[in-house]
Design a protein around this ligand. Structure first.
Ligand code: NAD
Ligand code: WQD
Length: 343
């Protein structure tokens, strides 16, 4: 079976993807410097799958280390590149660190892939590249114009997409799949792996589950005066396990469909927008647990509404988001309970 190198594989989306890859029989080598994850995730993966992936504690920006890893594990049939720093606010405060880590790690990988026989790259991009799409581009498809990034983090995604396009143009043997994720949420149904936010969560779902667990007093809903049906912002919340499965589809396509385009781009979302208040109400309904909240002012830099047109991924990757939102919200709660030893 093919071997896939997964950078950032002990992280949130990476760990779920490693599980799906291994369950489909792939051999997996994880490269992660544990800057935003924990080696215990490997035990969670082993408990779910029944075997451990290979693991290298290394920094993807380090050419010498990455070269050693590529030499050790040949043949490597594909790379899924999750490793990146991803906190939007932190990126505004430490832009150089974000540019060095997120762009440096991709450059290193591409330089190494240029000299090794490994030619298939899957890259984690984000719907952040679309900014606030104009009304005629909602739901947003892959041809919608890209907008100026609102943060250095967002800019690294745009720049990395450009770097991949340029590298592929110059090297006809390089294949890439760029996946633009919408808002990943939830945890594995086993509750053995999930999201591990650092400190006070910025993202909605971890804040909701921590409030439900009593760790936070109340959720602040950032604005109810947007031009949306209930006034709160709308996003396309995509279940992390569904998202993980899309990566397996992307790898399968790269390995088995030679007539694909050299660089393909897919939106990964459900195609359905949900408001902040719909998420909060849905969570209460799905779990029976109350989430106290207050409405506060808008958060700077927030986009009013965005959701995906996922038809390209549906038709070409043969993938679609399958899991009902109630199950997704319940999975997030079960993970929070597992983390806090709540029954
Ligand atoms: P995460 O922080 O949980 O996982 C990223 C992993 O990469 C972590 O385990 C971290 O330790 C590792 N890492 C970071 N820099 C590294 C380096 N230089 N060398 C080796 N390892 C390194 O984040 P995630 O939510 O799983 O995100 C995965 C990818 O998806 C990222 O590229 C992120 O930008 C992208 N993405 C995430 C979201 C989201 O909302 N979670 C949305 C769109 C895109
Ligand atoms: C969702 C909605 C908030 C917290 C961010 C990044 C983006 C992408 C995904 C990686 C918004 C509201 C939130 C809270 C709230 N990441 N909210 N109270 O802003 O869509 O995107 O994560 O690429 O780049 O910017 O996600 O989870 O922060 O917010 O009301 O305490 O929940 O205003 O409408 P966002 P989010």
């Amino acid at each position: 079976m093919a071997r896939i190198l997964v950078t950032g594989g002990t992280g949130y989306i990476g760990s779920h993807t490693v599980v799906e890859l291994m369950q489909q029989g792939y051999d997996v080598v994880i490269v992660d410097n544990l800057s935003n994850s924990n080696a215990e995730v490997l035990n969670g993966i082993e408990a779910i799958v029944g075997r451990k992936p290979d693991f290298e504690n290394a920094d993807c920006t380090n050419y010498v280390e990455m070269e050693r890893i590529f030499n050790t594990y040949q043949p490597i049939d594909g790379v899924i590149h999750f490793a990146a720093s991803k906190a939007v606010g932190e990126s505004v405060e430490q832009p150089l660190m974000y540019y060095r880590n997120n762009i440096g790690s991709l450059l290193t990988l591409l330089e190494i892939m240029h000299v090794f026989p490994t030619k298939n790259l899957v890259f984690s991009s984000s719907c952040t590249v679309y900014g606030q799409p104009d009304a005629e581009h909602l739901p947003v498809d892959e041809n919608a114009p890209l907008k100026k990034a609102l943060s250095p983090y967002g800019n690294t995604k745009k720049i990395n997409e450009d770097i991949i396009q340029d590298a592929a143009y110059a090297d006809a043997t390089l294949n890439a799949t760029i996946l633009r994720y919408f808002n990943p949420i939830g945890a594995h149904p086993s509750a053995l792996i999930g999201e591990l936010p650092n400190g006070v969560p910025n993202n909605l779902l971890p804040f909701v589950t921590q409030t439900a667990a009593g760790i936070r007093q109340e959720l602040k809903v950032f604005g109810n005066d947007y031009n949306t049906p209930d006034g709160s912002c709308i996003r396309d919340y995509i279940y992390v396990v569904d998202l993980a499965k899309a990566h397996v589809k992307a790898i399968e396509r790269m390995l088995n469909v030679p007539e694909r385009e050299q660089v393909e781009i897919f939106n990964l979302g459900t195609g359905r927008g949900l408001s902040v208040l719909e998420i909060v109400n849905g969570f209460e309904k799905a779990t029976g647990v109350r989430v106290p909240y207050t409405i506060v002012g808008r958060r700077e830099g927030d986009i009013e509404q965005v959701w995906a047109a996922p038809q390209k991924a549906n038709n070409i990757l043969g993938w679609s988001a399958q899991t009902p939102i109630e199950d997704v919200l319940r999975s997030a709660w079960n993970w929070e309970k597992h983390l806090r030893n709540l029954s």
